[in-house]
Design a protein around this ligand. Structure first.
Ligand code: G6P
Length: 607
């Protein structure tokens, strides 16, 4: 239930809504739908699947009207069918929703007992019936919406239109974000500024509990207590231009190839190339005295956090804990007084990561964020933010955002080490030099693309794939397995190489490719032993190592890919590239939807 948009203006709403939905498709693409007011009547069009399917429906059966709402869905309650697609509507009101109504079952039972008939399996539909209940009691739309919203538990951003009210769109939010766009004789609602970018630069964000009435002339906002309030309007810098694939067949491949450039762009904002000193923007944290750092993230961003833990501990000697955001929230964490929490997120909109950072702040931690989207909710809410300069990432499977997150985290670890006095200038310069070299070395790794494409044949035919590594290589193994699962749907697992003998080694047979991440660092011998153990049991290993490692063990592996020899500190960034390319090529061979794999969303905005 993911991206929402609303418009009230003079121009036909439908093309504007569709265009906005395309920019929100990163929030889900299970179904899409629109509703407009046509001579005061609610009309809607919906389609299962991507927005392209909705466009086909609209081409057959166009929709007029200048007031309307739209939705692109990531299914939570109810299958991704047309019947469950938003808007949910009856003759009186149409509703689009991002979030989850946690008390929908109780509300639904009451409404059914009152005689309301439900048409979908969604939680959202209760809102339609609640609003209708209050409209039929004679309340005006805004009052009916406010009453209905007051009965909802959970998280939501909503947009509604009302039959017979062509100059009205109502919005409301709690938990999920909602932006208002101010145009000339037109007003807009959207899940983010990006959705509204081509329409207006003048954006304001609703606070939790706000209800807004949009007319063509402006917005009237009431807060949770019912008081009339104003929310500041800012000029957004977000640019909503369509991003092309260039000469690449998929966004994912383009984004993999952009990595030398965007890692370089990210470094340029954190490292002085002349003095090789890390200089970070001011953060409200004194690293010298920091007792504890809590890292919070989901998906690939969590893998970046796992890698960062090794760095913060070994280089900066900062006590670090890493949590999956959705787990952190419910494990009654005990955090050190005066500590900081750092959320890592490409989108800055992931609901679990946002909620985890809010909790950390409630528990007295300074809230920091690393995000790729500068005006995202996370960036706006955090006490201090560092930006990855990956540029827009379109492919659902994260690639360049992940490697730029590692880049920022590496710089932060160096800066923290300096602040704590645990490295001297010489060591700082050596670490900075190592990270500065990364763009060139990543470009070298990309030259193995053709070989990785060949190796992907075996992966694409496998029924199960394992990735092994130690230390930061373990986190790379997890990321490799995640990439492969996400876009090929082949079951894949990443293991700490030393843990194999405690169970997973039972999986080994002649048919399972095993990708071993093994830079020749201090853990090489240990990883090498674990690799011998799987080979002894018939495992076919694809060995990722440097010249020295391949010289020593390459003969044992079914295939080897040589990664440039670099300081162990930056190795995880380099070793990520081959696992991305293996997953990409295996997906192309299997013919899956590489950029928009089934069941996923680029950013998951529900808990
Ligand atoms: C989704 C995406 C993943 C991403 C994760 C976290 O699950 O499919 O690729 O790593 O969300 O997203 P974030 O925007 O918070 O980094």
């Amino acid at each position: 239930m993911c991206g929402i948009i609303g418009i009230i203006g003079a121009a036909p709403a439908c093309p504007i809504l569709v265009d906005g939905l395309k920019r929100l498709e990163y929030r889900g693409y299970d179904s899409a739908g629109l509703a407009t007011l046509v001579v005061g009547r609610i009309e809607r069009r919906r389609a299962e699947g991507k927005i392209a399917n909705l466009e086909a429906v609209l081409a057959e059966n166009p929709l007029s009207g200048t007031t309307g709402i739209g939705h692109t869905r990531w299914a939570t309650h109810g299958s991704p069918s047309e019947a469950n697609a938003h808007p949910h509507a009856n003759a009186a009101v149409a509703v689009v929703h991002n979030g989850i109504i946690e008390n929908f079952q109780t509300l639904k039972e009451t409404l059914v007992a009152e005689g309301h008939v439900f048409e979908s399996a969604t939680d959202t539909e209760v809102i339609v019936h609640l609003v209708t209940r209050y409209l039929s009691q004679g309340l005006a739309p805004a009052e009916a919406a406010t009453r209905a919203v007051g009965e909802l538990a959970g998280a939501f951003a909503l947009a509604m239109i009302f039959a017979g009210h062509s100059d009205l769109v109502i919005g409301a939010r709690r938990g999920s974000p909602l932006a208002i766009g101010h145009g000339d004789g037109a007003m807009f609602l959207g899940s983010d500024a990006l959705a509204l970018a081509p329409l207006t630069k003048r954006i304001c964000y609703l606070d939790d509990g706000d209800v807004v009435e949009l007319t063509r002339d402006g917005a009237i906002i009431h807060d949770q207590a019912g008081a009339l309030v104003e929310r500041p309007i800012r000029e957004t810098a977000v640019i909503g231009d369509a991003i092309g694939k260039g000469n690449f067949s998929h966004y994912m491949l383009k984004e993999i190839y952009e990595q030398p450039t965007v890692i370089g762009d990210t470094l340029a904002s954190f490292i002085n190339p002349a003095s090789l000193e890390v200089s970070l923007p001011d953060l409200p944290v004194d690293f010298a005295a920091l007792p504890h750092l809590q890292l919070l993230a989901c998906g690939s961003s969590w893998h970046a956090a796992l890698i960062a833990r090794y760095w913060f501990e070994s280089i900066a000697r900062v006590p670090v804990e890493v949590d999956i955001a959705s787990e952190f929230r419910y494990r009654a964490p005990v955090l050190a007084e005066g500590g900081a929490a750092l959320a890592i997120s490409q989108s800055g909109e992931t609901a679990d990561t946002l909620a985890a950072l809010r909790l950390a702040r409630q528990l007295g931690q300074t809230a920091l964020a690393i995000v790729n989207v500068a005006e995202s909710t996370l960036a706006r809410e955090a006490d201090g933010t560092l930006l990855t300069h990956a540029g827009p990432e379109v492919g659902v499977a994260s690639t360049k955002a992940f490697t730029t997150q590692m880049t920022v985290l590496a710089c932060l670890a160096i800066a923290a080490a300096r602040a704590r006095g645990v490295i001297d200038h010489q060591r700082e310069a050596a670490l900075s030099a190592a990270i500065t070299e990364v763009p060139a070395r990543v470009a070298e790794v990309l030259r193995h693309d053709a070989k990785l494409k060949e190796l992907a044949e075996e992966i694409a035919a496998a029924r199960h794939v394992l990735f092994l590594g130690r230390g930061t290589g373990y986190a790379v193994a997890l990321e490799g397995a995640l990439k492969l699962k996400e876009i090929t749907y082949i079951p894949a697992e990443g293991f700490a190489a030393g843990e194999m003998k405690h169970g997973p080694i039972a999986l080994i047979d002649n048919d399972i490719p095993i990708i071993v991440v093994a830079p020749s660092d201090q853990l090489f011998e240990k990883t090498a032993s674990n690799m011998q153990e799987v080979i002894a049991r018939g495992g076919r290993v694809i060995f990722l190592s440097d010249a020295e490692g391949i010289e020593r063990l390459g003969d044992l592996a079914a295939a080897s890919v040589e990664i440039p020899a670099v300081d162990a500190f930056v190795a995880p960034i380099l070793y990520t590239i081959p696992v991305q390319l293996l997953a990409y090529h295996a997906a192309v061979i299997r013919g899956t939807d590489v950029d928009q794999p089934r069941n996923l969303a680029k950013s998951v905005t529900v808990e």
